[in-house]
Design a protein around this ligand. Structure first.
Ligand SMILES: [Zn+2]
Length: 244
């Protein structure tokens, strides 16, 4: 069973000092990625896969050995992380010939129970800074064709009303943005942040994603013409719409 008292080890820090707002950033607790150990990585990457619908509730996960290789960490760490996620109710373990580790049918319900507004705000603030930095850094230097996959995601998002598809495409946009502006390493960094956010916040509501997609479109227009300041403003407007 899940309870609010903290089975979610890495995400709850009951003894930590209260957050002091810092001008400009909003929520600065510990360095957001400081606590990401191997077990956190397994959790956040599985959460990201669920958000991206590459695994769905009821689907069997790859074996621990395969996950370990994919994530570049030890198999024992993966097994321990999967066990923890089973205890939290995020995953189910089934024995027997058709057994294995499955994404729990109640995944979304459990994530809603794990909601941690403070930690989420801290990571979200950090993600905002990352994107503002990437946009300012890349503005005027991004080849037009590198933004094409991003435009395709904006169009795909405009064409769907399915909440899960919308949440997926919203997350895909930000991974693709990180890759287009920062390369593969920055994409992994963004994946760490976004995967952790997938465990701290429920999937965004369709109306919010619709508004965010207008910010995506605006961002691409401004990036395309090398207008740094309006591009950064579009990133900030996107974040504000998420909190509305
Ligand atoms: Zn977005």
């Amino acid at each position: 069973m899940v309870n609010a008292a903290g089975k979610f080890g890495p995400y709850n820090q009951p003894g930590s000092a209260p957050t002091t707002p810092v001008i400009g950033v909003g929520h600065a607790r510990a360095l957001p990625l400081g606590g990401q150990n191997g077990s956190d990585l397994v959790r956040s990457r599985i959460a990201l896969r669920v958000r991206l619908q590459s695994v769905r509730p009821g689907d069997r996960l790859p074996d621990a050995g395969v996950l370990a290789e994919e994530l570049g960490i030890g198999e024992i760490t993966v097994r321990r992380a999967l066990e923890g996620m089973c205890q939290d109710g995020l995953l189910d373990r089934r024995r027997g010939r058709a057994g294995g580790t499955f994404v729990a049918q109640g995944w979304d319900t459990v994530v809603a129970l794990m909601h941690d507004a403070e930690e989420a705000a801290s990571l979200d603030a950090f993600h905002l800074l990352l994107e503002c930095g990437l946009v300012a850094h890349g503005s005027g230097e991004v080849p037009a064709e590198r933004l094409d996959p991003l435009r395709a995601l904006v169009d795909d998002l405009d064409r769907t009303d399915d909440p899960a598809d919308m949440a997926e495409l919203e997350t895909r946009f930000h991974l693709a943005l990180a890759e287009a502006l920062g390369g593969a390493g920055i994409r992994e960094f963004a994946a760490d942040l976004l995967g952790r956010l997938c465990l701290l916040l429920p999937a965004p509501l369709p109306e919010a994603v619709r508004e965010q997609n207008r910010c995506h479109a605006e961002l691409l227009t401004e990036l395309g013409r090398g207008a740094t300041e309006p591009a950064v403003q579009a990133v900030k407007a996107h974040q504000r719409s998420r909190h509305r």
